[in-house]
Design a protein around this ligand. Structure first.
Ligand code: SAH
Length: 327
């Protein structure tokens, strides 16, 4: 900032209106004077995302379709659980990863979101969280549409605005970023000054299987991924969190569990097993008996394992179901 002739404290005031109070117009900035409001309107405009569709699940999960200034659509989800409300935000319109099991992957990549578009999802869903559940958003997961580490600077800028005292002041520990395993991005994150939590979507520790499920493996091979995660662990002291989607007959055998356990010997891990949510793909959920055996095997290797119950399935708001026909 700022426009020529304005005092520096005005910049601070405007910053506060934008990123602390999260207003959507210059008229709401009621301490900067009418003249400056008008001057700002001449030069700048708000290009705020707006909620266009809303779908509410029987489990209280709500999916939002946001219309962006260029008519593109993205989705975000609110997931209440006791006092906690988790918001899942998108980082790109579409996604370039083409994971075989994911609906967003089928759309292809359209564009990166600007940091303000990521931030807007938070502001708009935070209002809804208070309205619907009586609690503000407590946790944010960067697990909606897109690959956050391929939109690194906008993602980090949005996290800065969400966590800094001049912004929303949330604790970085309440923010988790999920990646398909972009090695360079993980290295950059390891070296960054402030960090969200990191989760890596692994889904298979067998190179041949993983390349089939997640083509990103071709340029981000499992051995190199392991190396960079070792580095990440050394830098942060944190456990490495892996997400592992259980697909019937594909990656849920005893042998798959063994390959996974061996891969994880490089660092302390936490494994979040995810139920598959139906998409337009031939995959199916694992049989309960196989899920049980898979967990038992990992636990016998002293690994920390959680089975994630899926939320919002009836409204296609669950992981991997976020997709939107673009206008
Ligand atoms: N690109 C990032 C974040 C978005 S995907 C990533 O890959 O991590 C968020 C999570 O949902 C990932 O773990 C992804 O693998 C998982 N997912 C994708 N499709 C799914 C499906 N059909 N059922 C369950 N989880 C799915």
């Amino acid at each position: 900032m700022v426009l020529a002739g304005e005092k520096l404290f005005r910049a601070k005031q405007i910053h506060e209106w934008l990123w602390k109070k999260g207003v959507g117009s210059f008229d709401e900035m009621n301490n900067i004077g009418k003249a400056l409001q008008e001057k700002l309107k001449e030069t700048f405009s708000f290009q705020r995302a707006r909620i266009e569709v809303e779908a509410r699940s029987s489990d209280q999960t709500v999916k939002f379709g946001f219309r962006l200034h260029d008519d593109k659509m993205i989705e975000g989800v609110l997931i209440p659980s006791g006092q906690r409300v988790t918001a899942c935000v998108s980082t790109q319109v579409g996604c370039a990863m083409h994971c075989a099991f994911c609906a967003t992957g089928q759309m292809g990549f359209i564009r990166n979101l600007h940091f303000s578009e990521i931030f807007d999802q938070f502001i708009l869903m935070n209002q809804k969280a208070q309205e619907y559940y009586g609690n503000p958003i407590s946790n944010i997961v960067y697990m909606g549409m897109g690959e956050p580490l391929l939109n690194y600077s906008n993602v980090m800028k949005s996290i800065d605005l969400l966590t800094s005292p001049e912004g929303q002041g949330l604790s970085p520990q309440r923010i988790t970023l999920s990646t398909a395993g972009i090695i360079e991005g993980i290295r950059k994150l390891a070296d960054a000054d402030f960090k969200p939590g990191l989760a890596v979507s692994l889904h298979s520790a067998d190179p041949k299987k993983r390349i089939h499920l997640m083509p990103v493996t071709e340029h981000n091979p499992l051995d190199k991924l392991q190396e960079v995660l070792k580095y990440y662990h050394q830098k942060t002291g944190e456990r490495v969190t892996f997400e592992y989607l259980l697909l019937n007959g594909i990656n849920d055998s005893q042998r798959d569990a063994e390959v996974l356990a061996n891969y994880c010997r490089a660092f302390p891990v936490k494994i979040n097993l995810i139920e598959f949510n139906a998409t337009d793909s031939p995959f199916q959920q694992s049989e309960p008996e196989n899920v049980r055996r898979f967990i038992q095997f990992l636990e016998s290797r002293n690994m920390v394992v959680n089975l994630r119950r899926s939320r919002g399935k009836d409204i296609a708001a669950a992981c991997g179901q976020l997709v939107k026909k673009q206008a």
